[in-house]
Design a protein around this ligand. Structure first.
Ligand code: G3I
Length: 333
């Protein structure tokens, strides 16, 4: 959630009552935490951390390394304004950022999304310049193992050193709907674990829709990842009522809400099963209610969606009742 969400007393009350874990939405991302090099601003994130603490809720950390929502200076030369960072400079910045942020929240965060969306959407490898990420091309492969994942390995190393007790996650989207991406994640984590990189969790964002993917695809992905000996967390769950960007805005009719409820129910039945098997350890929604969703502006700006368990008036939707009748619900962005 955003810190501004707390200004709405009813929304804050809903969060406190219905969820037991918070993710600080945008407030722990690099551009908010370290807008200028070496100048850290924890104000908003601390407000959320304090809210979690006095409400008796847990806190999830999101995110230490991403290609999005990063300040301009990060990939520039030493003056932060001109040129391009070289490997050593970018590593120095990465180390300082992770050490400072993770140390600040040491003992307060149960899982950190250490790296976010590092997999390519185009190939089986890592995201690079053609997909707006400079991490791989600048840091490269200098440890001589033939893989360009040094930046990921370093991020996990620094996070683990700063808070050895926090669980550390690699987080990504479409892992349940794209087998290419799921295979890429599997291969990457397998290799990194064999190298001793401290990865505990694969985070499945799970931005899905009523139409796809199927619940059995979700099951397959969770079990594939868990077979690596890591845990799975569902980190950004929402279920759009649309199945394509070209669909016109529509009202969430009773029939749509009932389909959504059915799919949420099947999904949470699976989550319960996977949690009992020890594979899945948390489920987090990306937003607290339908008045608080990024999907109103994605993939179509201004097209209102209804992806969560509570409506715009903060009332429970059929999906909520479908879940609470068979599962105990507790988790939140
Ligand atoms: O802060 C400015 C504000 O000053 C300005 O008036 C306003 C005008 O559009 O923009 C505000 O910034 C927006 C920011 O959210 C804060 O609300 C950005 O435009 C907007 O792009 C940004 O979107 C965020 C998005 O990540 C950026 O990639 C969403 O809120 C956030 O929910 C979303 O979260 C990501 C996860 O971190 C990773 N997984 C996917 C997920 C959804 O995209």
């Amino acid at each position: 959630m955003l810190v501004s969400t707390l200004n709405n007393t009813s929304q804050a009350e809903l969060i406190r009552k219905q969820y037991d874990s918070i993710t600080a939405g945008n407030e722990m991302k690099w551009d908010v935490i370290e807008p200028s090099e070496g100048k850290f601003n924890f104000t908003n994130a601390d407000t959320i951390a304090d809210f979690a603490q006095y409400s008796g809720m847990k806190l999830r950390g999101h995110t230490l390394l991403w290609h999005n929502q990063v300040p301009n200076w990060l990939f520039k030369g030493p003056d932060g304004q001109t040129g391009t960072a070289i490997r050593d400079l970018l590593i120095k910045r990465l180390k300082n950022h992770i050490e400072t942020e993770v140390t600040h929240y040491k003992g307060k965060i149960y899982t950190w999304d250490v790296v976010n969306e590092v997999l390519s959407d185009k190939s089986a490898g890592l995201r690079g310049e053609d997909e707006n990420s400079h991490w791989k091309s600048i840091i490269g492969d200098a440890d001589g193992d033939g893989y360009d994942s040094d930046f990921i390995e370093l991020a996990f190393k620094y996070a683990h050193e700063a808070d050895p007790n926090a669980l550390l996650a690699i987080n990504d989207y479409n892992l349940e709907s794209s087998t290419t991406k799921a295979d890429a994640m599997y291969d990457l984590v397998k290799r990194l674990k064999a190298k001793g990189v401290p990865i505990d969790v694969i985070g499945m964002q799970m931005h899905i829709s009523i139409a796809y993917p199927s619940v059995s695809q979700v099951k397959q992905a969770i079990e594939k990842f868990a077979s690596l000996g890591v845990k799975v967390e569902v980190t950004e769950l929402d279920m759009s009522i649309y199945s394509s960007p070209s669909e016109q805005e529509k009202k969430a009719t009773d029939s749509i809400l009932s389909d959504q409820a059915q799919k949420y129910k099947e999904l949470f039945d699976l989550f319960k099963e996977e949690s009992q098997k020890g594979n899945l350890i948390s489920v987090t929604f990306w937003g607290s209610a339908d008045n608080d969703t990024w999907l109103d502006n994605f993939p179509v700006k201004g097209r209102l969606d209804a992806p969560l368990l509570f409506d715009r008036e903060l009332q429970p939707k059929p999906a909520y009742w479908a879940i609470v009748n068979s599962n105990k619900l507790k988790s939140h962005k």
